[in-house]
Design a binder for this molecule. Sequence first.
Ligand code: FES
Length: 337
Amino acid sequence: MTAVHDAFMTAAQTAAPLRLRVAAVRADGCDIRVFDLYADDARSLPAWTPGAHIKLSLPGGLERCYSLCNTPGDDGFYRIAVKRETASRGGSAWLHAQAGVGTQLSAGAPVNAFPLYDSEHPAALFAAGIGITPIYAMAADLLHRGRAAQLHYFARSVEHVAFLSQLSQPVMAGHCHFRFGLHADDVAAAVAAKLTLLPRTTPLYVCGPAPFIAQVREQAAQLGWRDADVHFELFAAATSAADTSATQDRAFELVLQRSGVQCMVQPGQSIVAAAAEAGVQIGTSCGEGFCGSCQTGVLEGAPDHLDSVLTERERAAGHYLMPCVSRCRGERLVLDI
Ligand code: FES
């Protein structure tokens, strides 16, 4: 899995930025805008697979990741859906207020840290809120290919549903199940009810806010799912813990065991950056601790987990960390890389 991510990242990181132009924009659901982005030069756009995202470079040095929402037949452009977040750190607010037809943007090539895996078993896809964006592309891909799949979409109301008309088309409608306006406890109960009915070999794909993903993962684990069959991606960094942790102010020693490298991670510097300075590239995607693509084994030391991926149980076990954001509570950290 890691090798696949690294291969995607190598291609994405070495390519020149893509020059894109907004060719169409429309409202689709409450506070959601859908943008169709075409190449603004003679280059054809790199291929992508369901679950992939692009990282847009926005004014003010902002970089934001958006899942591609194209469906089969939507070729030659990238479609993204952007929800205007009330606590926007600038990305969604700018795209809603400033970006229109003709706006030029630059982006990295598509990266897929949340791919569909071949399986003989029908997939179950769970989405909450704007977490529908990669799940929609995945469900459309599976169902248009005639594969059995079911989509469970949790939203505040029908007005908050994105891609409602597409999800209502015959090829998808019978496979989509909506739940509206549930409180957190009711969401947990609804998820549990769905999971209880599924074979434990069902591949699960989950996207949404951190608590939603945590609920699905915890319940799947309790019901007997293997971790390898539960795939998930947060749609945004859930917390700003990485910005506020006290360990940001302290340097620590980093040992990359298999690479035979030893270096210091300076205050405010990421493990990924320190490793790169020492000549070791760690593949990343979101760079903000929410996609899981950089997950690395811990051999020694006490991680300060500042990601939004690992569950409390996984943090307590201390076997893995996300080196794009996590740090060390002590003086020394040894990683299996
Ligand atoms: S690159 Fe996404 S969690 Fe580290």
